[in-house]
Design a binder for this molecule. Structure first.
Ligand code: HMG
Length: 391
């Protein structure tokens, strides 16, 4: 039987971070509110010469290094921090990655659900084009107002996934539970750089979406919680996923989950998010990378449950089966190297970067070079973003 799904998956996050202890001290709150209450320890901060395009291209580079670019005929870019109202971030990435002109590329938007929207669009396409691959990019910079409740849940990062038939990492199963509803829990009007959020309400809608999506998935597939080896959730902050998992278990008839059950079922998927913060469209797949990189047990042949949530709102519960030898195709060492070698910022450096903004005067601006991935934004000229490859 032909399977379809994630053939390769790679994660990238900026090389600077702010420790939430530093933020807590500045804001006059007990750091345990962030470390324990939200389950977050650090948030990734992109330097001024890095944006969603450079992060996504840096995530994709390892995949391109072992893929024939002429196989890639679909390029989907999921983001809610788009850099242009008209031109898709996919086209900037297409240029940086030197993909062939025979390629269909566009941007996908529905808040943090955009990465899943792109993945699910690519699956029937891949079945129809079995000799070809889709490249899915999901990249975001999570920004809230300074000194707002959302501030400690900021973050940044990108995922790149190659999608095709007979995948090496994970075959995606056909059943999906879906939940779409027109709500205002979190949004970002075009004139704002920072999201507006009704935080507590957003948490309730996330849970409502999960419960309904699960019920549908269960009815369609006949599967229960015991059929899942691990669970990965959309991760605005890790405590949200823990709350969601407890609720899911109750909905599915499991009254009491022990701390050991929780750790076993989802613990490994939380490591990366805890030290990068919310990566919006990338976050579910960052969680999947965290699980695959950190799980010492071989999960080949096992099912992983995936819950994607995007404010506004859209939820989807689906699942995938890890493939034989999937561990041979992970970028675990590169992810570890990236996360272990980041530079900590002071509070003032964080605020200076936050306040910088992008020049909007149409003049010529050259950006200083900071530590980035293999791509950077070198400047802006006549309202055009100028990118460069560093290798
Ligand atoms: P808040 O209201 O300032 O925090 O902001 P709080 O007072 O609710 O405290 C948070 C937790 O810390 C609580 O735990 C406190 O008890 C605990 P809980 O009761 O909920 O279990 N706490 C402490 N724990 C230990 N030691 C202490 C201490 N003090 C307090 N000393 C909020 C929290 C999440 C509302 C805020 O950060 C926010 O608005 N974040 C952004 C919105 C968000 O992330 N929503 C999640 C669901 S929506 C979603 O996932 C979509 C999204 O990713 C975007 C998209 O889709 O596009 C956001």
């Amino acid at each position: 039987m032909t399977t379809v799904g994630i053939d390769l998956i790679s994660f990238y996050t900026p090389q600077y971070f702010l420790d939430l202890k530093t933020l807590a001290e500045k804001r006059g709150v007990d750091f345990n509110k962030f470390y324990t209450g939200l389950g977050q320890e650090k948030m990734a901060i992109p330097p001024p010469d890095e944006d969603i395009v450079t992060m996504a291209a840096s995530a994709a580079r390892p995949i391109l290094d072992q893929t024939d670019p002429s196989e890639i005929e679909l390029l989907l870019f999921g983001t809610e921090s788009g850099v242009d109202q008209s031109k898709a971030a996919a086209m900037f990435a297409h240029g940086l990655l030197k993909l062939p002109t025979r390629c269909r590329g566009f941007e996908v938007k529905e808040a943090c659900y955009a990465g899943t929207a792109a993945l699910q669009l690519a699956i029937p396409w891949a079945l129809r084009n079995p000799g070809k691959k889709a490249l899915i990019l999901a990249s975001d910079i999570a920004r809230y107002d300074l000194n707002s409740p959302g501030e400690p849940t900021q973050g940044a990062g990108a995922i790149a996934m190659l999608v095709g038939v007979n995948p090496r990492i994970m075959a995606i199963e056909p059943e999906s539970g879906l939940y779409a509803s027109d709500v205002m829990d979190f949004w970002r009007p075009n004139y704002r750089d920072e999201a507006v959020v009704d935080g507590k309400y957003s948490m309730r809608v996330y849970i409502a979406a999960l419960e309904e999506a699960w019920r549908q998935y269960h009815a369609l597939s006949g599967r229960g919680l015991a059929d899942m080896a691990r669970f990965c959730y959309h991760l605005p902050f890790t405590k949200m996923a823990e709350k969601a998992h407890v609720r899911l278990a109750k909905t599915a008839g499991v009254a009491n989950l022990s701390p050991e059950d929780m750790e076993h079922q989802m613990g490994e998927s939380l490591h990366y998010n805890r030290i990068t913060g919310n990566t919006y469209a990338a976050s579910l797949y960052e969680g999947l990378c965290s699980l695959l990189d950190n799980c010492t047990k071989d999960l080949a042949g096992k099912r992983v449950a995936l819950f994607s949530y995007g404010s506004g709102c859209m939820g989807e519960f689906f699942s995938g089966i890890l493939q034989a030898d999937y561990r041979k195709h992970l970028y675990s060492a590169a992810h570890k190297n990236l996360l272990d070698n980041r530079t900590e910022l002071t509070y003032q450096q964080y605020e200076d970067v936050f306040q910088l903004g992008c020049p909007t005067d149409g003049g010529d601006h050259t950006f200083a070079q900071y530590r980035t991935g293999v791509y950077r934004m070198k400047g802006i000229s006549q309202h055009k973003r100028l990118y460069e490859a560093l290798t």
